[in-house]
Ligand binder design. Structure first.
Ligand code: PLP
Length: 372
């Protein structure tokens, strides 16, 4: 089935008891046992499972082409769930540039557990190959990366991971299905901060971790999900499942508008550099064209000068909202370095844009005025 059809129909259909076309919201934290002690519904307790969570997980698994998917209370909780597969003495490769929160988790939570970490340019396969060790158990990649939109070659990384018997785990938050389906390219795990495109309306915090194979790892992750308890509420799951139905049309429109905005910015003398994989001059353009369907709706650009000049541009927009996050229906502009804080490697003169569903002409006009 095509993604558009899956987005509407996967794990979804009229409620058997009432005929309700939209799935009911199941707030119950506990489920009745039969007289023989069994659980006829398959549900026991809200931290372990819930019908709304199950529906969301099955729908995301279908969209990712996964065996199954696990929902968490945030993208960050889903990242840590993936890292929970590692053991002391294991070696983990992470990108030297990606979402700053992930690198913070790696430094503050993962390394102190006795897991060795190498930070490498995952967009350079030779660098990754040279960094592999016999103990390498996972390559974590984020493509496109946040905020510099670097593109890593998923099929190439999958081959390297396989030679090592390591997992390839991809944070695909900036490129939701159908823009990118990392499992098809050989990844073992794919993670989404569903706070972004999957929920898509700036009103839910969540994360999904999709697993290609059934069996051992999936069982470990299921157990971790229930034990750690960082699970989303039924209502957040319900909202996210509902949003998935429009994911395909939202993302298609957002990608088309982002391509137009990137082309506009690339032609502006008051713009220094544009980071968007859809531009032919972007270093990762060829790989992106191969592994993505459309180039996403995130882009960054630098302006001549420093943080003050960038802040001044952000202060002058009227249609874009000055806020962090991405993937929602409204366009956002963000001075990234000041969000990331001390130690950031993001250029001080960089602004990140998340393109929403407004008309591209209006967004371009807003930027033209802000830059003039
Ligand atoms: N991964 C990426 C690429 C992100 O951009 C973010 C958040 O911005 C996260 C992970 C973390 O997600 P959450 O904020 O839902 O915890």
């Amino acid at each position: 089935m095509k993604p558009d059809t899956l987005a509407v129909h996967a794990a979804r259909g009229p409620d058997r008891e009432t005929g309700a076309v939209a799935q009911p919201l199941y707030l119950s934290t506990t489920f009745e046992r039969a007289t023989d002690g069994s659980y006829p519904s398959g549900f026991q307790y809200g931290r372990n499972d819930n019908p709304n969570r199950r529906a969301l997980e099955q729908a995301v698994a279908a969209l990712d082409g996964a065996n199954d998917s696990l929902a968490f209370a945030s993208g960050s909780a889903a990242v840590l769930a993936a890292f929970s597969l590692l053991r002391p003495g294991d070696h983990l490769l992470v990108p030297s540039e990606c979402y700053y929160g992930t690198l913070k988790q790696v430094g503050k939570v993962i390394e102190p557990l006795g897991i060795a970490v190498s930070r490498v340019a995952t967009w350079d396969l030779d660098e990754v190959r040279n960094a592999l060790r016999p103990q390498t158990r996972m390559i974590w990649v984020e493509t496109p990366s946040n905020p510099l939109l670097r593109i890593s070659d998923l099929a190439g990384l999958a081959t390297l991971a396989r030679t090592q018997g390591a997992w390839l785990a991809c944070d695909s938050t900036l490129a939701p299905p159908p823009v990118q389906r990392p499992l098809e390219l050989g990844a073992d795990l794919v993670m989404h901060s569903s706070t972004k495109f999957l929920a898509g309306h700036s009103d839910v915090t969540g994360g999904l971790l999709s697993v290609r194979e059934g069996g051992g790892e999936l069982e470990r992750l299921r157990e971790y999900q229930a034990m750690m308890g960082a699970v989303p509420s039924p209502f957040d799951c319900w909202l996210t499942r509902r949003s998935l139905m429009t994911l395909q049309v939202r993302v298609r429109a957002q990608v088309a508008a982002a391509q137009a905005v990137a082309a506009f910015l690339a032609g502006q003398p008051s713009v220094e550099q544009v980071f968007y994989p859809g531009l032919a001059r972007h270093a990762g353009h060829a790989v992106a064209a191969r592994q993505m369907h459309g180039f996403g709706s995130m882009l960054s650009f630098t302006v001549p000068g420093g943080a003050d000049e960038a802040m001044r541009v952000a202060a002058r927009v009227r249609l874009f909202t000055r806020a962090t996050s991405l993937g929602s229906v409204e366009s956002l502009i963000e001075h990234r370095a000041s969000i990331e804080g001390p130690g950031t490697t993001t250029p001080a003169n960089l602004l990140r844009l998340s393109i929403g569903l407004e008309h591209a002409d209006d967004l371009i006009e807003d930027l033209r005025e802000a830059l003039s």
